[in-house]
Design a binder for this molecule. Structure first.
Ligand code: UD1
Length: 338
């Protein structure tokens, strides 16, 4: 099967391409390199069974999207490309709406025109907002905390309308919880631009001495140790979930939503302590004010994915911490830098 992977050089995309290639799928990556680096391609290639095709193209430009579909005939598309910072989206909502919605509409139009009607879309647990007590099931009410989250929900709604309009579409919407970790080889991993927003990349940068200490945003949440609780999931488990979703789409039409999480909640301090223990490094931290927009607790009910996709997260917190640190150590070695 030939798969178009948009945003395939990004954090989750790159791990997914490796997983797909090593399981017999042929991958064509399209990425505009806005939030990624072309050297990731060589790294993915080293880990993959077969050659990965790459096209630097911008999905906001209809002509560039059409060109991709002229060159290849795809069996399915996995759509990762998009802007992903909640904080930035509050400051610049129009950029988020234009980029995330515009690229998706161009992609869907071209898929329809070429009769490619299987799609796996990267959504986020952020669409649940703060209305529901965890564990969160797919049928929970949605609520939006920022424009980034709104773009994810709007795209989900567009996809629902699309599959209602034409029963030939087969769409899997995957709501990711908190992906962390890296490929166990240390060859690919998360590489945020500038100061990391997310917890794990910040921890690894403190561990390597790139930053002095971690700010923990609040220790007065109604949780066992007062810090926020999240469903951290190993990025390779998430990558494997995409493979399962593609298989599912080969014999299911319509629109299907799945949580991809472990079903377990760990606190910020749990993660810091586990990281320190398994890697033998110290993570100095300071407790600071809560970060606006953060919720206290979020973790998935992943039973639907287990039942229908035959997928379950297998890697634990220790492995997530070991792999994240191996990747960061590799990144800071002068000979290995990008
Ligand atoms: C965030 C986004 C979410 C997005 C996800 C992608 C917000 C409100 N939500 O989720 O929409 O889909 O990233 O991965 O931004 N923390 C610290 N110190 C830090 C960084 C984080 O204490 O330097 C804490 C946070 O307060 C939170 C937990 O760590 O309790 C996880 O934060 P983060 O990794 O940013 O993920 P989310 O906020 O859950």
């Amino acid at each position: 099967m030939k798969i178009l992977v948009t945003g395939g050089l990004g954090y989750i995309g790159s791990h997914t391409v490796v997983e797909l290639s090593n399981n017999g799928f042929e991958c064509v990556v399209v990425d505009n390199l806005m939030n990624s680096d072309s050297s990731v391609l060589d790294r993915i290639q080293k880990l993959s069974a077969d050659p990965i095709h790459f096209m630097k193209r911008d999905l906001l430009d209809k002509h560039q999207v059409a060109e991709v579909f002229e060159l290849f005939h795809f069996d399915a598309v996995i759509h990762f490309a998009g802007l992903k910072s909640p904080a930035e989206s509050v400051v610049n909502p129009l950029r988020y709406f234009e980029e995330n919605l515009g690229t998706t509409i161009n992609l869907l139009n071209e898929m329809q025109r070429n009769n490619v009607k299987k799609l796996v879309f990267s959504s986020s647990a952020t669409v649940y907002g703060d209305l529901t007590e965890p564990p969160v099931y797919e049928k929970a009410l949605t609520s939006i905390l920022n424009p980034y989250g709104r773009t994810k929900l709007m795209i989900e709604e567009i996809l629902q309308d699309l599959s209602k309009s034409d029963p030939e579409w087969s769409i899997a919407i995957l709501r990711f919880f908190n992906p962390i970790g890296a490929h166990s080889s240390g060859t690919i991993g998360e590489r945020p631009n500038g100061v990391p927003n997310n917890l794990m990349p910040y921890i690894t940068q403190v561990a390597s001495g790139r930053r002095q200490f971690l700010n923990i945003y609040g220790d007065d949440y109604p949780t066992p140790d007062g810090t926020g609780v999240r469903d951290f999931i190993h990025v390779m488990d998430l990558a494997h979930g995409h493979l399962k979703a593609l298989n599912y789409l080969s014999n299911h039409s319509g629109n299907h939503i799945f949580n991809l999480g472990t079903g377990k909640g760990y606190s910020v301090l749990d993660l810091v302590r586990t990281f320190e223990e398994v890697n033998g490094v110290k993570i100095p931290y300071k407790i600071v004010d809560r970060r606006p927009g953060d919720i206290a607790v979020s973790y998935a009910a992943p039973s639907k994915a287990e039942r229908e996709l035959g997928w379950k997260a297998e890697r634990g917190l220790n492995e997530m911490c070991e792999d994240a640190w191996r990747w960061e150590k590799d990144l800071v070695k002068p000979s290995k830098s990008f």
